[in-house]
Design a protein around this ligand. Structure first.
Ligand SMILES: Nc1nc2c(ncn2[C@@H]2O[C@H](COP(=O)(O)OP(=O)(O)O)[C@@H](O)[C@H]2O)c(=O)[nH]1
Ligand SMILES: [Mg+2]
Length: 215
């Protein structure tokens, strides 16, 4: 049963709350991944595959930000993860107090991976620490090669950049080599993982990256 909480963005004390979340999750051995991307670039689809992949031995939970609906949380619960929906009533990003409010109502005992699906937006979510262990930025090939430079902060702050929907790259004239090189120029420490959640190409490298976060 998906639970929904309606939240408004409050900027005060964000970093303080985020630090508390980070310490608490570290104590519990939980790794939290903050997933940032444009609307429709494939966050929920990738999380559905990922939660199902890890389900046999690693328990996942997911906090899903959405301006209004609970659709994604329903999809993710069907994939086998406990999902908690945060509705921001149109606000464009999640904040640490919102994550705090969700965690206070969730049962995360035994959870090792906590995914946070941020609101679809490549600008606002980049400015808000949620207490995550790592940030993952998704760019779908349908958005175009030029978006790396245009939304550079989303790539600068990422620990991992996932280029999604590579099955569609030829029909979108997406230049994978150029996009990867541009990301590496901006942020040489980020892993760059091209994949298709539809065909499964590249998913193993993504699963390996997620598994390495747990070590
Ligand atoms: N062709 C293709 N479509 C995809 C892929 N991943 C997601 N999609 C589609 O892209 C649309 C948006 O995906 P969704 O996961 O809801 O994106 P979100 O808004 O970022 O959570 C849906 O119609 C998905 O089926 C992929 O790897 N290849
Ligand atoms: Mg989604």
């Amino acid at each position: 049963m998906v639970r929904v909480k309606v939240m408004k963005a409050v900027s005060t004390k964000n970093d303080e709350v985020a630090a508390g979340i980070r310490a608490e999750l570290a104590d519990q051995g939980i790794k939290a991944l903050n997933i940032i991307s444009s609307p429709g670039s494939g966050k929920t689809t990738l999380l559905e595959r990922t939660i199902a992949h890890f389900a046999p031995d690693i328990r996942s939970a997911v906090i899903v930000g959405d301006p209004f609906t609970a659709n994604d949380a329903e999809r993710l619960e069907s994939a086998g993860g406990e999902a908690f929906q945060l509705n921001t009533e149109g606000s464009c990003h999640l904040t640490a107090p919102m994550i705090r409010a969700a965690l206070d109502e969730m049962d995360i005992s035994g959870v090792r991976l906590l995914f946070i699906e941020n609101i679809g937006n490549l600008i606002c979510p980049t400015a808000w620490d949620l207490g995550e262990s790592a940030r993952v930025t998704l760019l779908s090939v349908t958005e175009g090669t030029d978006k790396v430079d245009k939304y550079r902060r989303a790539f600068l702050i990422a620990h991992c950049v996932v280029i999604t929907k590579v099955d569609l790259a030829p029909s979108c004239d997406f230049d994978l080599e150029k996009a990867s090189a541009d990301i590496r120029t901006l942020n040489s420490r980020a892993n760059v993982l091209p994949l298709s959640a539809k065909t499964g190409d590249g998913l193993d490298a993504w699963y390996d990256w997620v598994r390495e976060r747990l070590l």
